[in-house]
Design a protein around this ligand. Structure first.
Ligand SMILES: [Zn+2]
Length: 601
């Protein structure tokens, strides 16, 4: 993470020309500077990491520059520019409204506004996250915003334009920043790599750019992380490994299996993915996103909706040309259903495998001429009767006898409980007339299970229209979830983890004593007492993080474990904690309390 600061700062743009991905906007700003038509208040809107604050700083520097370049950029050489670049100019004042949002903070700002510049022409006041100002602070600000002294320019920045009250909006010139496109990010990362002497594969940069989700700052930080761990040689393989991204080659291979109606292949690929340690839910939503990408890539007019490098877009378009829209829509629908039912499914692996089987059957000839209902009827009998067997075997073009062994080969996966029930039951079912030798009792269970998810299939007519811009569909397989959450909510998930592991006594005791404390935007610190606890926590951390990320829907959260070095005042236990500790660490006392039904009140 040290490198992160280096690159994000080192390559922070210092002129409008070097701002990534905001050409039209910077051109307009430059033009208004060149023609000396400055507004006294600007509002910069856009998501995080797209360059709002950087542009505000460049703007402040440029309007104060003593000799601007012919194309309207700051010279970076005059005394004023040097002051700006070295962070000691008095003509720029920044206020982060996220942490300074009171009336008093605004009054202090307004007081500063009254001080004219000692050198240069303008003083620029940047108010970041301006939507966070309290209503009272907003009101205290309005008058000054409306009629500031001639030497003052306000630049307000926000990630949430809709939260800005109309009275502020109407007083500002508004600039909407774009999300940075994948191609722009790749170009900039290539440039940074070249400057740093790092070799890169373009496909790796594509993955990094997708993971950064439109924010250049994030792209640079991920880039640094990957560069650091791959010793200056960023390959596609090292990148997906480092970022825990599922190789898109898996999805391509699965598509081949679906197109050739090859169920065994599909199930085996799924097993490979699980063996690599990928979560099934992550996998199925990724598969859904893959089909969504295929859908938009399949039509030249929607190709622009695909967030990828030009190279990747063309590759996707070529793959999409092999699929019919109907196939893709139904595939998306099946993935969506699996995603929807995932949380409540008692046997999650089964749900995914069934979905994969249905995906393999989408192209098999339907007795009812292929409308949605026809597909439904055809799919349902798979595990129940022999009627589905021909469709299932068709692509292999092999005699019927080959099927059972193939299916069996996929069955003995290392995953615990569910598999044994699945394999013996499905084998006799697949070769319908065969005796139900191994475990006849298991069969009814399996049939019932398979029937219930099937009943939930619905092929909605409007899906084609909806998916193009629905937020869930635009989530790509490498996108990080970033749902807002509170410290309290995080603490709750910490607690739910504790409660769902009642048998891991030492771990949960440690977790009870050491709660996460926020130390950064998404960064928390857990202080433990000794190296033993630290090792224990480090070991459990991936599982805990998985729980937290999933519960809160936010993949940015990070937790560091550190040993409490006693720098702060030592924690003094209150009576309750002492008693709790005794109960937790003294088994016979615990039993004693439980026997008597004693509880701490
Ligand atoms: Zn200058």
């Amino acid at each position: 993470m040290d490198n992160y600061l280096v690159s994000a700062r080192k390559y922070r743009p210092s002129t409008f020309k070097s701002v990534v991905g905001q050409k039209a906007l910077t051109a307009t700003l430059k033009n208004s500077i060149a023609t000396d038509r400055l507004a006294h208040a600007y509002l910069f809107c856009g998501s995080r990491g797209v360059g709002k604050t950087s542009c505000a700083r460049i703007f402040a520097k440029t309007i104060n520059c003593e000799h601007r370049t012919p194309d309207g950029d700051a010279c970076n050489q005059c005394a004023s520019c040097r002051d700006f670049n070295e962070g000691r100019s008095l003509n720029i004042v920044e206020l982060d409204a996220a942490s300074n949002n009171s009336v008093d903070d605004i009054r202090a700002l307004v007081d500063q506004v009254l001080v004219p510049p000692t050198s240069g022409r303008y003083r620029v006041f940047i108010v970041d996250e301006v939507h966070m100002l309290s209503t009272a602070a907003f009101n205290a600000f309005l008058k000054t915003l409306e009629e500031p002294p001639g030497y003052v320019v306000f630049v307000l920045a926000t990630t949430e334009k809709h939260k800005i009250i109309p009275t502020i909006l109407s007083r500002c010139q508004i600039y909407d920043f774009n999300r940075i496109t994948i191609q722009d990010m790749i170009d900039h990362l290539s440039y940074v790599a070249q400057q740093e002497g790092i070799t890169v594969e373009q496909s790796a940069l594509n993955v990094i750019a997708q993971k950064a989700d439109g924010a250049m700052r994030d792209a640079l930080s991920i880039f640094d992380q990957v560069a650091a761990s791959s010793m200056g040689n960023i390959t596609y393989a090292s990148t997906i490994d480092n970022l825990n991204v599922l190789d898109s080659a898996y999805y391509n291979r699965l598509l081949e299996a679906f197109l050739s109606q090859n169920v065994p292949d599909a199930l085996l690929i799924y097993k490979e993915i699980r063996d690599k340690g990928f979560d099934s839910h992550f996998f199925i939503t990724g598969l859904g996103s893959y089909f969504r990408d295929l859908m938009v890539a399949g039509n030249t007019s929607t190709l622009c909706l695909l967030e990828a490098s030009d190279e990747a877009k063309n590759a996707m378009a070529a793959i999409a040309s092999r699929c019919t829209p109907q196939f893709i829509y139904k595939a998306m629908d099946l993935c969506n259903d699996a995603d929807f039912n995932y949380r409540t499914a008692s046997n999650k692996q089964f749900l995914i495998e069934l979905t994969l089987i249905k995906l393999c059957q989408l192209l098999s000839p339907s007795p009812n001429s292929g409308d949605g209902e026809g597909q439904l009827k055809k799919i349902e009998p798979v595990a129940q009767s022999s009627t589905a067997t021909p469709a299932y075997q068709a692509p292999t073009a092999a005699p019927a006898a080959t099927t059972p062994p193939t299916v069996q080969a996929t069955a003995p996966t290392p995953t615990p409980a569910p598999t044994p029930t699945y394999s013996p039951a499905s084998r006799p079912v697949m070769s319908a007339p065969a005796p139900q030798a191994p475990r006849p009792t298991a069969q009814p269970t399996t049939v019932r299970r398979s029937a219930s998810p099937t009943a939930t299939i619905s092929i909605r007519g409007k899906i084609a229209a909806d998916t193009a811009d629905s937020p869930s569909a635009t989530a790509t397989r490498v996108e990080l979830r970033n749902t807002p959450y509170s410290d309290n909510a995080l603490d709750m998930t910490w607690e739910t983890y504790i409660q769902s592991h009642p048998k891991s006594h030492i771990l949960i005791n440690t977790m009870r004593m050491a709660r996460p404390q926020r130390i950064g935007e998404h960064l928390y610190l857990v202080k433990v007492e000794n190296p033993g606890q630290q090792a224990l926590m480090e070991q459990a951390l991936p599982d805990i993080m998985d729980h937290i990320h999933r519960s809160l829907g936010n993949d940015y959260i990070k937790i560091n474990i550190a040993i409490n070095e006693g720098d702060a005042a030592p924690h003094t236990w209150n009576e309750r904690e002492v008693l709790n500790h005794i109960i937790e660490t003294t088994p016979y006392f615990k039993t004693f309390c439980e026997d008597l039904g004693l509880k701490l009140s």
